[in-house]
Design a protein around this ligand. Sequence first.
Ligand code: NAG
Ligand code: CA
Ligand code: CA
Length: 315
Amino acid sequence: MDLRQFLMCLSLCTAFALSKPTEKKDRVHHEPQLSDKVHDDAQSFDYDHDAFLGAEEAKTFDQLTPEESKERLGMIVDKIDADKDGFVTEGELKSWIKHAQKKYIYDNVENQWQEFDMNQDGFISWDEYRNVTYGTYLDDPDPDDGFNYKQMMVRDERRFKMADKDGDLIATKEEFTAFLHPEEYDYMKDIVVQETMEDIDKNADGFIDLEEYIGDMYSHDGNADEPEWVKTEREQFVEFRDKNRDGKMDKEETKDWILPSDYDHAEAEARHLVYESDQNKDGKLTKEEIVDKYDLFVGSQATDFGEALVRHDEF
Ligand SMILES: *[C@@H]1O[C@H](CO)[C@@H](O)[C@H](O)[C@H]1NC(C)=O
Ligand SMILES: [Ca+2]
Ligand SMILES: [Ca+2]
């Protein structure tokens, strides 16, 4: 379970108590890869297609004729050119790639939207969210299932208020996305760190010490020896996590652990796409330059046909 699923579970699967994990729990959030394909342009542009469109959308282009692909690509270029100056810059391309990669997040929010927007006004107020999520608890504040709904609700409200930038307790779609997927938003990083620390910091002193750190991922199994990975984690804690060597992780150290600043795949891919298609070498792309190189950006039946031949040759 990655951090995203974990956080989603915290706010949504409130009916299920999280059992103590016996396997290593991964709290670290990494930027996902742009594609599960190999990036080897000598073989195919499949990686670039996945990066540029997102894997799902990339598949739909493989069904189109080259003419249809070019036409749809042209329309996409208009969207990428955010400042409408007729050029696509590396920065605009990078933002586009990041957006395409997060499509599954927007889809996820879209799928949940109707359920929470009870009055269908295009916004989700805290009252709506609370009523839908905690309605049964509010009706019966003392349920027998032993689950601490109160604590969960207080925590959700705090996160909701953090996501709600203008403080009106009504979430726009963007704000609600930040609420459900806080690790995707810079302005939510502090609350992601805070929630994680509260989970792990059992003695509530505001720090994560070595035993709390290990206790979060491994529960002692009687007198059994600690597995090798637990010993490795102990070393990791001492050598890398606890940077100032005071024996415990503070907020900053916890942040470096769960939200590492990863290699920026989207930026590298944007640079690559510009480099490969910038004919007059002015550092930015016109629609014409992009459409000329359409097979780099998007698939079509033609490229699919070519790859089918390559695959056929392998047998
Ligand atoms: C939430 O539930 C309460 C109590 O049933 C009700 O008074 C209130 O109007 C509801 N709010 C919304 C936004 O549905
Ligand atoms: Ca708002
Ligand atoms: Ca420390």
